[in-house]
Design a protein around this ligand. Sequence first.
Ligand SMILES: [Zn+2]
Length: 432
Amino acid sequence: MDRRKFLKTSLLGAAGAVLSPYILPSGSLFAATNSRLVNHVVFCLFAGGIRNIESVHQAQGNLMPAMLRGTPSSLTGLVTLPASPLSQPLQNYGTLFEEFRYAAGPTGHINGHTVALTGAYTDTGLNLRQNPTSPTVFEYYRKHNSPSQTALNAWWVANQLGAYPSLNYSSHPDYGPAFGANHISPTSIFNDAGVRYIGNQKNFNGSETQALSGIRNYLDNNFSTNAVVNGLGVKNTPDEAERIRIFYQQLINNIVSGSFGNPLGLTGNNASNDVYTIAITEEILKEFKPELLVVNMTDVDICHQNYTNYCANLQKADFAVAHLWNFIQSTPGLANDTILIVAPEHGRNLDNNGIADTYGRYAIDHTGDNTSREIFCMVVGPPGIVRQNVTVGTASSPLGQSIDIVPTIANILGFSPPSSLLAGQKLEAAFV
Ligand SMILES: [Zn+2]
């Protein structure tokens, strides 16, 4: 697929996103920061619903050769990808929790994401139009750091829009947008409409800039009413908002000139929205070197209709994660100072749904059976901090669960959320 085609098939037609450079509220002073293990955490939700059967159990052969050891799959209908950017499988650089669990709550995508980002299980009453009630990891990070951290240091990068943007902060009365992350959905903003409407930004002179600033403040304050605080969204300082604006403009220039025609070096059917999302994530990491970035992938969810494409998208996601780690370890300021955590939000059912693909393989949903709660987690990082080349947990003795990821991130970055809000524990087995 050439660049133009890729843009059309993958990026066009998605709804536009809104970038909101606002002003940081004052008055964020909190408890002292604990010592850190490293200064950067990247959490990749290897999402869309992946069964351990196809990932770590390798029932179809190894569909994730960039991340896992094992004989490559010989399933017909797969994609042929370039060699892994890494010299060894990713698992060799860290600890694999082979039997991790999404232990409670509905096995829905938003539920799974919410649990991973809040460290609290959800019940059946999740309203997709509302922010989560439990604080997100971004809010814990920004509120409980000393010195306090701005939104430029916390990013939430989502493959899709839908309800995902609402996960950058909660409705919790002690937290909220003042502590949220910058959110971006690359495939939703860097598309035809994005290029058309924000790709050719105007330069204004002094009085025009002043007038525009007045309009912005008026709109930011919901037309000078005393708006509900939670309605105002995440805020950036004026300087940081300007950095983000310039970054977006440069990204769009690069997209138009073809730099992202083959994201991560993948062409044709090997490219995907997941791959594109990771390519943009690497740009964010390079530009801002945020201390906390969460990114998700979702393309494997095609498994509701097509099992073979699910396996192929698993291959692409695997390659993308390896590329991401190689990028991190090749980037000054991030290399040897970053821990990468990778985990699906939930699994999929043991039984198929009866929909066959052209190879006669059956599609699979995720409706809450035991198999759909079985996932894995990988923690990768510098030797001496993260245990290298270790596998922990067995089917009869699972180790670790979704709600443990937020406390683990807090421990890595040296901040302490109130223990009353988090039931999970640090993933001790991953650390030296
Ligand atoms: Zn699904």
